[in-house]
Ligand binder design. Structure first.
Ligand SMILES: C[S@@+](CC[C@H](N)C(=O)[O-])C[C@H]1O[C@@H](n2cnc3c(N)ncnc32)[C@H](O)[C@@H]1O
Length: 197
């Protein structure tokens, strides 16, 4: 029997593809942040569709950049409650963590200095209002996939389609692709890093 102190996490969150995608995100962001972001500054990180918090856990753990605040956004309040437990290490390391149960397409972030927005679940998000509403000049890191799945309502067909979908609002600085070949399925994930136009 579980208790109130137990975590409830779908096993897919720990699947090879999910964890590989987030390690890949973290490794690339570590390189790109050294190239484009100042280590002298402290950053505020906003994570759209943060799920159970494993993306931010890995990204912060693999990065030398300083973060003072992490804002998590998800439609599912239980995911956000789990994220706070998964990310408790970073709270103890003086990163202020906030959560908001919201459709990110309805969210209007305030302009501010040194902001980074991550959406590693673009395939789950209808339209692009969530991107249009991000303040000009903020750093943006996006991931999507061509994997067909009933919850993937906005897949990218390929890397070019992914860039075409989001580049009207993004000055693209970096892009990357990773291919997965499992015995039962093949798919790719695409990633973009840039600044909001
Ligand atoms: C299955 S998970 C993420 C998969 C992705 N590979 C990742 O790890 O980032 C998708 C998450 O996005 C959230 N989500 C989907 N649409 C959303 C929206 N419009 N606004 C906020 N959160 C959303 C879901 O509640 C879920 O927690």
């Amino acid at each position: 029997m579980g208790s109130m102190n137990d975590l409830v996490i779908p096993s897919d969150a720990f699947s090879h593809g999910q964890i590989r995608s987030k390690i890949w995100l973290s490794e690339n962001f570590a390189v790109w942040s050294k190239k484009h972001l100042s280590p002298a500054k402290s950053f505020e990180l906003h994570w759209y569709g943060s799920w159970v918090g494993i993306g931010p856990l890995l990204m912060l753990s693999r990065n030398e950049l300083k973060f003072h605040k992490l804002n998590l956004f998800d439609l599912n309040p239980e995911n956000l409650a789990t994220s706070l437990k998964v990310l408790d290490f970073w709270r103890c390391e003086s990163v202020e963590i906030t959560t908001q149960t919201i459709d990110v397409n309805e969210h209007r972030p305030q302009p501010g200095p040194h902001q980074i927005f991550v959406n590693s679940a673009c395939e789950h998000m209808a339209g692009s209002s969530w991107l249009k509403n991000i303040p000009e000049g903020a750093f943006v890191l996006l991931q999507s996939t061509d994997m067909k799945h009933h919850e993937h309502i906005n897949c990218a067909e390929n890397a070019v389609d992914f860039i075409n979908k989001y580049s009207p609002w993004l000055t693209v600085l970096e892009s990357s692709q990773i291919d997965f070949n499992y015995p039962d399925k093949r798919f790719s994930r695409f990633m973009l890093f840039g600044t909001k136009k």
